[in-house]
Design a protein around this ligand. Structure first.
Ligand code: UDX
Ligand code: ADP
Length: 455
């Protein structure tokens, strides 16, 4: 029986391995993590991440051919294929700080694999890594001269949070990069077989290692660029009375452009977009490609501008002062259907509102715990309230930051009645029925559309 190990039980490792186990009854899959609490949660009914459909997949496979453990060494020793899915955040120190990937967790993993292995392994990079990381991985693994053979593959993850199970079940493509040597190709084929259990072969792309690594960064950079592009146009729409929704629809109908990822918003968040673009920027600079670096850096700068612009608009429209005013943030997660808040626009927005001495109240159906961690240093100045009605009570303004479905069906008359007048609603996701809100009496501001005011 083939044994697969995944090191790192996070948003990528957990769901991906559950899907592999579900579809490969002849494979035993173990997910390990150094974080005991996380592993305990994976072994309980209360999984550590919120992801629609994940419970069913885990329940089906767990205990049968899917296991969660903290015994990293035993996992490595037993495995034929090892997925490395540990965190690779942006470096906060030293050379490349703020741009380059912090590879310390990843390198620890590589060394541990080398130290513990007594049989041949295929090592799969699942975490997003700078291009040519596989080269470093190979050099570490080959430094032991233990007689054990390691074949390194790149197999980047393209799932998006909130739709992870659907994305894994029916991926646009699976990408596997390996060396063109006979051994490299044998390793590629072994991994192709794992995915071919449920993915059509024509959707499994095989490339060289460097193309695979670079494709991951490029895909995220292109997706983020679309969001930044439409967000840049949203600012122009607000100035010209064009409607960004109409513009997006009109251009998206062009089959060369396509309709996805053109939703103007308060800004993109998530663990990947910013990190991967900065990583790409650093890579370009390393190769002396300063113009290319600057081109992609602008995508991140535009996102920062969009977040700050949102706060500036709140301030301006609320008579240039929000000191002492209660402002309710509806949503803190970086998008709907996840409890993840990494790089969420809500973090900067909450901080900017506090800088204006506003009284900030945050509500979110899944993300309040992470919100408390993100704002730990200012926690005594923020209220966390699971009930959106209570959050809005007495607030001068509601600012919607995450497009949770439940926010569309709230009783906004009740909310309006509990707020001081004039009351303001800033929809950072163009998610609500603005005309209906205006009819109730709200002054409504959205992204890239004319404001609907009473004052
Ligand atoms: C992304 C990629 O989509 C995925 O393929 C990759 O593996 C990881 O990074 P994720 O970060 O989970 O996935 O979320 P995604 O759905 O891409 O959204 C990213 C951000 O962009 C969110 O904050 C979202 O709200 C925002 N967004 C997305 C917009 O503002 N407008 C859009 O039209 C689309
Ligand atoms: P992602 O969103 O990419 O899945 P996460 O941060 O959610 O990232 O998950 C990465 C996981 O990897 C964390 O749970 C962390 O504890 C784990 N991890 C980091 N280093 C190691 C290591 N050396 N051995 C095992 N697990 C590790």
């Amino acid at each position: 029986m083939t044994k697969i190990l995944c090191i790192g039980a996070g948003y990528v490792g957990g769901p991906t391995m559950a899907m592999i186990a579900k579809n490969n009854l002849d494979v035993e899959v173990t997910v390990v993590d150094i974080n005991q609490k996380r592993i305990d949660a994976w072994n309980s009914d209360d999984l550590p991440i919120y992801e629609p459909g994940l419970d069913e997949v885990v329940n089906e496979a767990r205990g049968r051919n899917l296991f969660f453990s903290t015994d990293v060494e035993k996992g490595i020793a037993d495995a034929d294929i090892i997925f490395v899915s540990v965190n690779t955040p942006t470096k906060t120190f030293g050379q490349g700080a703020g741009y380059a990937a912090d590879l310390q967790y990843w390198e620890k993993c590589a060394r541990q694999i080398l130290a513990v292995s007594t049989s041949d392994k295929i090592v799969v990079e699942k975490s997003t890594l700078p291009v040519r990381t596989a080269d470093a991985m190979e050099r570490i693994l080959e430094s032991g001269k233990t007689g054990v053979r390691f074949d390194v593959l790149s197999n980047p993850e393209f799932l998006a949070e909130g739709t992870a199970i659907v994305d894994l079940e029916n991926p646009d493509r699976v990408l596997i990069g390996g060396h063109p040597t006979p051994e490299g190709q044998k390793a590629v084929q072994a991994l192709v077989e794992v995915y071919a259990a449920w993915v059509k072969r024509e959707n499994i792309i095989t490339t060289n290692l460097w193309s695979s690594e670079l494709s991951k960064l490029t895909a995220n950079a292109f997706l983020a660029q679309r969001v930044s592009s439409i967000n840049s146009i949203s600012a122009l729409c607000e100035a010209t009375e064009a409607d960004v929704g109409e513009v997006a629809y009109a251009i998206g109908k062009d089959s060369r452009i396509g309709s996805k990822f053109l939703k103007a918003s308060v800004g993109f968040g998530g663990s990947c977009f910013k990190k991967d673009i900065l990583n790409l920027v650093y890579l370009c600079k390393t190769y002396g490609l300063d113009e290319v670096a600057e081109y992609w850096h602008q995508v991140v700068k535009m996102n920062d501008y969009q977040e700050r612009r949102f706060v500036a608009r709140i301030l301006k429209e609320m008579f240039n002062t929000i000191a002492g005013k209660r402002i309710a943030l509806f949503g803190f997660a970086f998008k709907a259907d996840t409890g993840d808040t990494r790089e969420s626009p809500a973090i900067l927005i909450a901080r900017e509102l506090l800088a204006e001495n506003a009284e900030v109240v945050i509500t979110d159906p899944q993300a309040l715990e992470y919100a408390k961690t993100d704002l730990a240093d200012v926690i005594d100045r923020v209220t966390f309230e699971p009930d959106p009605y209570k959050a809005a009570e007495g607030a001068h303004a509601v600012a919607l930051l995450t497009e949770w479905k439940e926010y569309q069906t709230l009783d906004y008359q009740k909310i309006f009645d509990s707020m001081p007048q004039p009351s303001f609603l800033f929809d950072g996701r163009n998610h609500l029925d603005h005309q209906a809100l205006h009819d109730i009496g709200f002054n409504v501001y959205s992204i890239g559309k004319a404001a609907l005011k009473h004052i």
